[in-house]
Ligand binder design. Structure first.
Ligand SMILES: *Cc1c(COP(=O)(O)O)cnc(C)c1O
Length: 339
């Protein structure tokens, strides 16, 4: 293998040595086994290809100062994948098999876990798909679970810098009683057009409004939204937002720090009152928001007055990163230390 330039990795795909798979057939999951193949041999009538029986997860492993590899909150990802399966009628993968496959994939690719100093990490991508052939609209009887890993670079190459986001009133990501709360590819497909438009206009993401009333803040592209004011961490309560594990962790840390935490409807106008705001998810932990432009209404809400990340976002970010890396005590039992 050519030496990897850890500090110049992007969020892309680099081939590693192994991926780990389990098959569901006749009501049973097979023991997770490794393969070196990057390909999946699939029937052309597999339900994942036609009817969107597909869900995925995203989590990370980090190398600590002590040389140990740590995986962050993988049980939460296992539970969320079960909830995704229930949402689109796929076989439910037991938590233990999920965890076994993730640990196996990380251990077998240990040499791809970036060193502590690099700021890079090992991204873990579990994937679950319906594979048996079906032409009528019905769930598959067989499923494939795959875990692959790939090293990814530090999200903030130029530092922890706020970026602008856009509200477009002409697009929805998910319906109020639809599939927004589960992690499936279809939600992502539905967000590509708006996302591409935002990127071309210089925005980092689309801040969606609730699909029904177009009044309340909802999902922020592939991330959750939070705002800070009066020592309070505020995040939208909505039936179309994906329950982010990063957001859940930040709510806990904010509470630990003595802040108030509110999960409730957040009217768009409240943006003018936030001292800080950000997008949260596994990729960046927190990506601070500079400004929100409501394009169709020709309104603009400036969040960061000086163009820098706010003090509370910075504190929360450093605390969570510290726990992931093993620099901070893991008081909530969030981290699985491998060796
Ligand atoms: C995965 C995802 C997130 C972030 O969830 P984390 O568990 O924090 O990585 C947020 N929104 C959407 C739509 C997602 O798919």
């Amino acid at each position: 293998m050519d030496a990897i330039d850890w500090s110049n990795l992007s969020f892309g795909y680099i081939k590693t040595d192994y991926n780990v798979r389990s098959h569901y057939k006749d009501g049973k999951w097979s023991t997770p086994a490794e393969t070196t193949s990057e390909e999946i041999n699939l029937h052309m009538a597999a339900t994942c290809l036609h009817y969107g029986q597909e869900s995925f997860e995203g989590l990370k492993a980090f190398k600590g100062k002590d040389g140990k590899t740590r995986i962050f909150r993988m049980r939460e990802n296992a539970l969320r994948m079960i909830s995704s399966s229930q949402g689109i009628m796929m076989a439910e993968l037991p938590v233990e098999i999920f965890e076994e496959a993730v640990v196996k994939a990380v251990k077998l690719n240990e040499r791809f876990v970036p060193p502590y100093e690099s700021g890079a990490s090992l991204y873990i991508r579990p994937l679950l798909i319906g594979v048996s052939p079906q032409v009528g609209v019905k769930p598959a009887s067989e499923y494939l679970f795959v875990v692959f890993v790939t090293p990814v670079g530090p999200y903030f190459k130029e530092g922890f810098k706020p970026t602008p986001v856009a509200i477009f009133r002409g697009y929805d990501r998910a319906a109020p009683l639809g599939t927004g709360t589960i992690k499936i590819g279809g939600n992502y497909a539905a967000s590509l057009v708006a996302g591409d438009r935002a990127h071309k206009m210089g925005y980092s993401a689309v801040l969606y409004l609730d699909a029904k009333e177009k009044k309340y803040l909802d999902e922020c592209g592939p991330a959750n939204f939070f705002g800070i004011k009066n020592n309070t961490y505020i995040t939208p309560l909505s039936s179309s937002v994906l329950p982010s594990i990063t957001n859940k962790s930040l709510m806990q840390l904010a509470q630990d720090m003595g802040m108030k935490v509110e999960q409730r409807q957040v009217p768009e106008e409240e943006l003018s009152t936030f001292e800080e705001a950000g997008q949260v998810g596994t990729a960046a932990v927190i990506s601070p928001i500079l400004r929100v432009d409501d394009i169709d209404e020709n309104k603009s809400y400036v969040i960061s007055k000086d163009g820098n990340a706010g003090p509370i976002s910075t504190l929360l970010y450093n605390k969570l990163k510290g726990i992931q890396l093993g620099d901070e005590e893991d008081t909530h039992g969030w981290v699985t230390v491998l060796y």
